[in-house]
Ligand binder design. Structure first.
Ligand code: ZN
Length: 508
């Protein structure tokens, strides 16, 4: 048999069809998380689960699967990193995964997670883990069952099968290794910072920053770094995220805190980084692997790069500080650029992951990575989770939440069924540092460019190396090709030491 163009067109059309339905469900979920009245929840759960069921039926269709299988066997001399091979490989991979999950399980999971997010939200507001306990237990059971079904007959654990959905081909052991490589020098750095001769003045960022000003400044920054408002919007929500509803429609969401400037501003830069990745993909391949994100780790590398390597750099603030002072005048009139920049780079173990600094952040992730493996593996019960959570925060970060809202209830992920998702955040941090180093080496230094508010060269570099490549290669291959070496902890450690030691008056 030879490669059939008709068959290729059939599977491509079929996949685009499924994406059409999926983006309708995504639009309903965007609405649910931005402005839907609370009483609309039950009916919305039915709407979304009906659509997800339709998507699942399309994606598990037998003829579609057989055609993909036969295309995959007849790829011949197609370039493995080309669009055609990537399409067949990616769609077949998804088909195999979906095929192993019965529709009834998919629908039950969808209903449980829509309800889960509502219960989580209510429980967090009431600061009461018991209100969330039953729904979480149900979600863990459903995800464990899914993991078992997907892993059946392979050498993967159920947890690895779940992880694979977000980080294709990732295995727990190498992940543990790179996290360990990161952990030791990170803890050393955090310890010496604790004892450092100089300390920043955090309270500069806790003054009153009028929300209207934060909105203006955030939108200005998102636009200047390159988020395209013709093909995207910026809105507000309680738990920021980014979602793509069509080839030219990317939604980013942020939240503003009157007394914590970085939440809104750097949070917006973070989501704009996600959004620019989505906007940088080739829209003629929308709904197919060449026009889809590579992995969540790669996705997060894009958001982190703009939030941290750019947004916490001195040249960036050399550019933006004047405008920031004017926006909030007279709030920052007595503050120098140096003091502001130092404050925005404060390193201090804290309770909340999304507010954590770029060094301690990774310790938050390692805790979640360990706990969710235990939940899926059945060695930790949902009833014991709050105590296990608090114990790890005490031993790893030296802090303990006074109540669950700031502890085990702080993240939406588990309530949404996102298990195996957390480690991708740290993978993203590692990749962002490595990509930024490579881009800087190639483009000859960003200091002057950033100080002029010029970000286009960096964005173009990311577009051609990462965004336009979609899923044509694995995350590891993309990083290796773009940076000349495989992913390791070296660049992130080098970056953090290089920036933080001088700020804190520590020896290099
Ligand atoms: Zn992110």
């Amino acid at each position: 048999m030879t490669f059939s163009t008709d068959d290729f067109d059939f599977v491509a059309e079929h996949a685009r069809d499924a994406m059409l339905l999926q983006t309708i469900a995504d639009t309903l979920e965007w609405d649910e998380r931005t402005g839907m009245p609370i009483d609309g929840g039950d009916y919305r759960a039915n709407q979304v689960s009906t659509l997800r069921g339709m998507v699942h039926r399309r994606r598990t269709d037998a003829k579609y699967g057989e055609t993909l299988q036969s295309l995959s066997e007849n790829l011949g001399d197609e370039d493995p990193a080309g669009d055609v091979a990537a399409t067949v490989r990616g769609l077949l991979r998804n088909w195999k995964r979906d095929h192993r999950l019965p529709e009834e399980l998919v629908q039950r999971t969808s209903r449980a997670t829509v309800k889960g997010q509502q219960r989580w939200d209510a429980a967090r507001r009431a600061d009461d883990f018991k209100m969330f306990r039953d729904t979480l237990a149900e979600i863990i059971d459903l995800k464990r069952e899914a993991g078992q079904r997907i892993a059946e007959g392979t050498d993967r654990s159920p947890y690895e099968a779940l992880l694979d959905e977000y980080e294709p081909d990732a295995r727990v052991e190498p992940l543990n290794q790179v996290f360990q490589d990161l952990r030791k020098p990170l803890v050393e750095l955090i310890d010496s910072i604790r004892e450092a001769p100089r300390q920043p003045n955090r309270s500069l960022l806790e003054r009153d920053f009028a929300i209207a000003g934060q909105r203006d400044l955030s939108r200005f920054v998102a636009e200047r770094v390159g988020f395209d408002f013709q093909a995207g919007r910026l809105d507000e929500t309680s738990h920021p995220f980014c979602t793509t509803l069509g080839p030219r429609d990317c939604r980013i969401l942020t939240r503003y805190d009157l007394n914590w400037l970085p939440a809104g501003l750097l949070g917006t830069l973070h989501e704009a980084g996600h959004g620019m990745y989505e906007q940088g993909m080739r829209s003629d391949w929308f709904g197919l692997p060449p026009g889809s994100y590579c992995s969540l780790g790669i996705h997060e590398s894009q958001s982190r790069l703009w939030e941290n390597q750019v947004g916490r750099s001195r040249p960036f603030w050399k550019w933006l500080f004047d405008r920031t002072q004017k926006t909030f005048a007279p709030t920052l009139d007595d503050v120098s650029l140096d003091d502001f920049h130092f404050a925005i780079n404060q390193i201090q173990p804290s309770l909340i992951r999304v507010e954590a600094d770029e060094a301690t952040y990774n310790l938050h992730i390692i805790i979640r990575f360990d706990l969710e493996q235990q939940l899926i593996g059945g060695t930790l019960s949902v009833d014991d989770l709050p105590a296990a959570w608090d114990a790890r925060y005490q031993s790893d970060l030296g802090v303990c939440a006074p109540s669950p809202a700031n502890g085990v209830l702080q993240d939406v992920h588990w309530s949404a069924g996102l298990i195996g998702y957390f480690p991708t955040y740290t993978l993203g941090n590692l990749a962002s540092a490595q990509l930024f180093d490579a881009a800087q080496a190639e483009l000859g230094g960003f200091d002057d460019m950033f100080a002029r508010g010029e970000f286009e060269p960096l964005l173009s570099w990311l577009r051609s190396r990462i965004h336009e490549r979609g899923q044509c290669e694995s995350g590891d291959a993309l990083i290796s090709r773009a940076t000349g070496k495989s992913l390791s902890a070296d660049a992130l450690i080098g970056y953090l030491n290089g920036k933080l030691r001088p700020l804190y008056g520590l020896e290099a």
